[in-house]
Design a protein around this ligand. Structure first.
Ligand code: HEM
Length: 148
């Protein structure tokens, strides 16, 4: 197996082949690492805290622990440290959301807070589009009811 095949299935890699050496930089690093994901999630939860549909869904009154879980999940997904799985095991996101009523309204609210949060990051258009595409697909995949 080549070194390349051993890498985790992180979505985007930048490859430069100066002097025949392959340099791989994860998407996580390209967008600025931990501070970028921390800011994204902090801004997102600021929106959730004021959302009359989403806020009551969160089991804890303090959104801090949920924010940390989402930050670690996103960091891991994009090629950063694997802290999420060290703490929580396999993500199994659909299973972890069955306890919550994720209907199209909840999904759209979730995405709208995420869109606002993403806009505060001022990423390059390609990075922004990559992240947004993923977040939209993930949110659509987690809808588990069409009940109002
Ligand atoms: C579609 C609308 C969504 C709603 C209404 C929703 C709601 C929730 C709620 C209420 C929790 C429990 C809070 C906690 O204990 O952490 C949670 C957990 C979580 N959500 Fe979502 N979520 C949505 C979409 C997403 C998406 C798109 C992602 C990933 C890109 C995501 C990732 C997570 C993660 C990683 C956790 C923590 C799971 C754990 O380790 O227990 N969620 N979500």
């Amino acid at each position: 197996m080549t070194e390349q095949q051993n890498l985790p299935a992180s979505p985007v890699h930048l490859r430069s082949s100066e002097h025949g050496e392959a340099a791989l930089v994860s998407f996580y690093e390209q967008v600025g690492g931990r501070p970028t994901f921390e800011k994204l999630v902090a801004e997102f939860y600021r929106g959730v805290a004021g959302d009359p549909v989403l806020k009551p869904m969160y089991p804890e009154d303090d959104l801090g622990p949920a924010a940390e879980r989402l930050t670690q999940f996103l960091e891991q997904y994009w090629g950063g440290p694997g802290r999420y799985s060290e703490r929580r095991g396999h993500p199994r996101l659909r299973m972890r959301h069955v306890a919550y009523k994720v209907n199209p309204d909840a999904r759209d609210r979730w995405l709208s807070h995420m869109r606002d949060a993403l806009d505060t990051l001022e990423l390059s258009p390609l990075h922004e589009a990559t992240l947004w595409d993923y977040l939209q697909r993930a949110a659509h995949s987690l809808v588990n009811t069409f009940e109002e």
